[in-house]
Design a protein around this ligand. Structure first.
Ligand code: GAP
Length: 448
C-alpha cells in the first residue's frame, strides 16, 4: 500500500462542486428547490458510500467472532423513545433572531456570528430570544386517520433497535459475553441548522456497534479503551491521514443523557475539527430503562457460572455520510498547474467507487474496440469496471484520477499481437505491460 501525501481539500466548495459535476452527490429534491438537510447520492456517491459501509461490516462483523449483525425497523413503538429518554432529553438549545425569525442552534457560535454580521452590514438591529430546548425527534403519523393516531418518531439513533432486540439475539444465537450487535441504517433528526454539505443532515446513515460487557468498572474501562483505539485505527487503515484525526473527551455537561463517558473521534475538516464518530459508555442505561418500561426481563445469564446481570453497553457510533464526506475531503489532491494540473482522489482501493477503467487507445479502430470490449466483459464480472472510449487517452486518465479509480487499462496495437495491455497506476502514474491472462490476479492482489 502506498503512503499517500495527505494534502486534503482546503475548502468545502471544491468538493461540493466535484461531487455535483461527477455525480457523487446532489441536493435532495433539487428540481423543486431542494429540501433542507437532505442529499441524494449519485452513481459514484452510492458506490463510495456502499463500499464504506461494506468495509465497516466486513471488519466489524464478518472478520470477528464476537459480533453479530441486526437490521431493525425504522418505525418503532413510540414507547421505545420514552424509555430511551429521547422524548424527554434529546434536544438542542435553540435561539430565534428577533429581526428575521431565523432559528439557530445556540451553541453554534460561528453561525450566530455570521448571522449577526449580515444584519449589521444592512444596518439592522440584532437580538436573540433566550435559548430554549428543541427536541430533535422527527414525528410522523401512521394509519388511515391522521387525527386518531398517536404520532410515532422516526428513529433519532439506530441504537434502540439493538436494545429492544437484546433478548431475541441472546435467545436465538446464544452469544457469550463480551459480544457485540452491529447495525447500519438510516436515522432522522430535526436538526435546527443543517449545514456544511452532508456533515449535518436531517436524514443520515449510522454504522453502530453495541458491545455488551459484564457490569464491572474494570471490564467497562478495558473495552472502552479497546474500541476507542480500534475505531481510530480503522479510519487510518482505510488511508485517512493520522494527522487529520484526534480524540476529544466530552465534558460532563456535554454528554448525551445515556452516556457515562463519551469521546469523539474528530476530523480536521476545512470547517474546523469536527465530530466524526462517538464512542459512548452507555452502561446499563438502555437495558434497564427498556426493562422497566416494557416489563420484560432483559438480563443476561452466564451459562457457566450461572451469574445473572444487566450487561453494560459500550457503543461505537459513526456516520456513513460523514465518513463519505471526510474520506472525499481527505483523499482530494491537486498536482501541477496549468495544462498539467491533475486532480486526484487518493481513495483507498477498498472504498474507491470504480476499481478499474478500460480504454481502447483509439475509438475508431474496430479491432481495438473488440479486443478491449472482451477484456471489459471479463473484468466486469470481477470488479466495478468503467469503459471509456472518448477523447484522448491523457484526458481519460485525468477523468478517472478525479474520481479515484485506482487502475486504468489501455488496449493498443501491441495488444493485438502480444496479448499484453498497459496498466496505469493512479497514484504513481507509472505504466507497465501486463499479460491479459494475468490481469484479474494482478488487480485482485492490489485491490483486496
Ligand atoms: N447512538 C449514538 C448516537 O447517535 P451521536 O453522537 O448523536 O450518537 C453518532 O451520533 C454519529 O452519527 C456522529 O458521530 C455522526 O457521524 C453521525 N451523525 C449524527 N448526527 C448527524 C447528522 N445530523 N448528520 C450526519 N451525521 C450525523
Amino acid at each position: 500500500m502506498l503512503q499517500y501525501l495527505h494534502m486534503a481539500a482546503k475548502d468545502l466548495e471544491t468538493i461540493v462542486a466535484l461531487c455535483k459535476r461527477r455525480g457523487f452527490l446532489f441536493p435532495g429534491s433539487e428540481i423543486y428547490g431542494g429540501f433542507g438537510g437532505t442529499w441524494d447520492y449519485g452513481p459514484l456517491g452510492v458506490e463510495l458510500k456502499r463500499n464504506i459501509k461494506e468495509a465497516w461490516w466486513n471488519d466489524m462483523v464478518h472478520r470477528r467472532d464476537d459480533v453479530v449483525g441486526l437490521d431493525a425497523a425504522i418505525m418503532m413503538n413510540p414507547k421505545v423513545w420514552e424509555a430511551s429518554g429521547h422524548v424527554e432529553s434529546f434536544a438542542d438549545p435553540l435561539v430565534e433572531c428577533k429581526t428575521c425569525h431565523e432559528r439557530i442552534r445556540a451553541d453554534q457560535e460561528d453561525v450566530i456570528k455570521l448571522h449577526e454580521e449580515g444584519h449589521r452590514t444592512n444596518k439592522e438591529e440584532v437580538s436573540w430570544t433566550a435559548p430554549r430546548n428543541f427536541n430533535l425527534l422527527v414525528k410522523a403519523f401512521v394509519g388511515v386517520v391522521e387525527e386518531a393516531e398517536r404520532p410515532i418518531y422516526l428513529r433519532g439513533e439506530i441504537t434502540q433497535g439493538v436494545y429492544v432486540n437484546f433478548r431475541n439475539v441472546v435467545d436465538s444465537v446464544h452469544p457469550k459475553i463480551p459480544f457485540g450487535i452491529a447495525q447500519v441504517g438510516k436515522a432522522f433528526r430535526n436538526e435546527i441548522t443543517p449545514g456544511n454539505f452532508t456533515f449535518r443532515s436531517r436524514e443520515f446513515e449510522q454504522m453502530e456497534l453495541q458491545y455488551f460487557v459484564k457490569p464491572d468498572e474494570a471490564e467497562g474501562k478495558k473495552w472502552f479503551a479497546y474500541w476507542k483505539q480500534a475505531r481510530m485505527d480503522w479510519y487510518v487503515s482505510l488511508g485517512m491521514g493520522k494527522e487529520h484525526l484526534r480524540f476529544r473527551e466530552h465534558a460532563p455537561d456535554e454528554r448525551a443523557h445515556y452516556a457515562k463517558e463519551a469521546w469523539d473521534i474528530e476530523y480536521h475538516s476545512p470547517f474546523g475539527w469536527k465530530e466524526f464518530e462517538g464512542i459512548h459508555h452507555r452502561a446499563d442505561w438502555d437495558l434497564s430503562r427498556h426493562q422497566k418500561f416494557s416489563g420484560k426481563d432483559l438480563t443476561y445469564t452466564d451459562q457457566e457460572s450461572g451469574e445473572q446481570y444487566t450487561p453494560w453497553g459500550i457503543e461505537t457510533s459513526g456516520g456513513a455520510d460523514r465518513a463519505t464526506l471526510f474520506f472525499l475531503l481527505d483523499a482530494y489532491d491537486e498536482e501541477g498547474g496549468g495544462d498539467d494540473r491533475r486532480v486526484v482522489l487518493r481513495l483507498h482501493p477498498r472504498i474507491a467507487p470504480l476499481k478499474v477503467a478500460i480504454f481502447p487507445l483509439l475509438a475508431n479502430k474496430p479491432a481495438l474496440i473488440e479486443k478491449a470490449q472482451s477484456i471489459y466483459k471479463t473484468l466486469k464480472h470481477e470488479f466495478v469496471t468503467a469503459w471509456d472510449a472518448r477523447g484522448n487517452i491523457g484526458k481519460r486518465y485525468r477523468s478517472q484520477d478525479e474520481i479515484g479509480t485506482p487502475f486504468c487499462v489501455t488496449v493498443d496495437f501491441d495488444t493485438l499481437s502480444d496479448n499484453t495491455v498497459t496498466m496505469r497506476d493512479r497514484d504513481t502514474m507509472k505504466q507497465e505491460r501486463i499479460k491479459i491472462d494475468e490481469l484479474v490476479r494482478y488487480l485482485h492482489d492490489r485491490l483486496s
